[in-house]
Design a protein around this ligand. Structure first.
Ligand code: SF4
Ligand code: SF4
Length: 142
C-alpha cells in the first residue's frame, strides 16, 4: 500500500496522483431528487439494498454514489485508457479531489437501515406499519 503523503509534502515535480490509489476512479456519483415522502425514502432504501451504494448530501443536494472500479484502472493505479479517457476524467483535477478528504459530506448514509432510520426521524409517522418496514413504528389508529 502506498504511503499517504500530504499535499503540502509534495516535492518539486511530484504529482499527487503518484501517491494515490486512484480514489476518483473507483466510484461515480449522480445527483438525485431530495427525498420528501415515505415513497421517496423507500426508493432510496431500495437503491442501497443493491450493495456498494451510498447516499450523501452536500448542502441541499442529494447524491447517489455507486462504488465500482473503472475497468481501465490498472494495478499500478494509473489509467489504462489515458488517450481515450472520457471528458470527465480529462477535466478532473487534484485541486479539490478526495485524496485527503475522508468525509467531505454534510451527511452520509451507507446502509439501507441508516436511510430508513433517518426517514423515521424526519417524516411524520405513517398510519400503518407494513410488512416491508424493518424499523418498528408505533401504529397510529385511523
Ligand atoms: S485526482 Fe485525486 S483522487 Fe484522483 S487519482 Fe489523483 S490524487 Fe487520487
Ligand atoms: S478512464 Fe482512466 S481516469 Fe477515467 S475513471 Fe477510468 S481509469 Fe480513471
Amino acid at each position: 500500500m502506498k504511503a499517504k503523503v500530504k499535499r503540502d509534502q509534495l516535492k518539486a515535480g511530484e504529482v499527487l496522483c503518484d501517491h494515490c490509489t486512484g480514489q476518483c476512479c473507483r466510484y461515480f456519483a449522480l445527483p438525485i431528487e431530495a427525498p420528501a415522502t415515505w415513497e421517496d425514502y423507500n426508493h432510496i432504501r431500495w437503491y442501497m439494498m443493491h450493495g456498494s451504494v451510498s447516499v450523501f448530501v452536500e448542502g441541499e443536494t442529494w447524491y447517489i454514489m455507486v462504488f465500482a472500479d473503472c475497468k481501465h484502472l490498472q494495478s499500478d493505479y494509473r489509467c489504462g485508457a489515458y488517450e481515450t479517457r472520457p471528458d470527465i476524467c480529462r477535466t478532473y483535477t487534484t485541486d479539490e479531489c478526495e485524496y485527503d478528504n475522508d468525509a467531505p459530506y454534510d451527511q452520509l448514509f451507507e446502509t439501507p437501515e441508516q436511510i430508513w432510520e433517518y426517514a423515521h426521524a424526519v417524516l411524520p409517522p405513517r398510519l400503518r406499519r407494513t410488512e416491508n418496514d424493518p424499523v418498528s413504528l408505533p401504529v397510529v389508529s385511523v
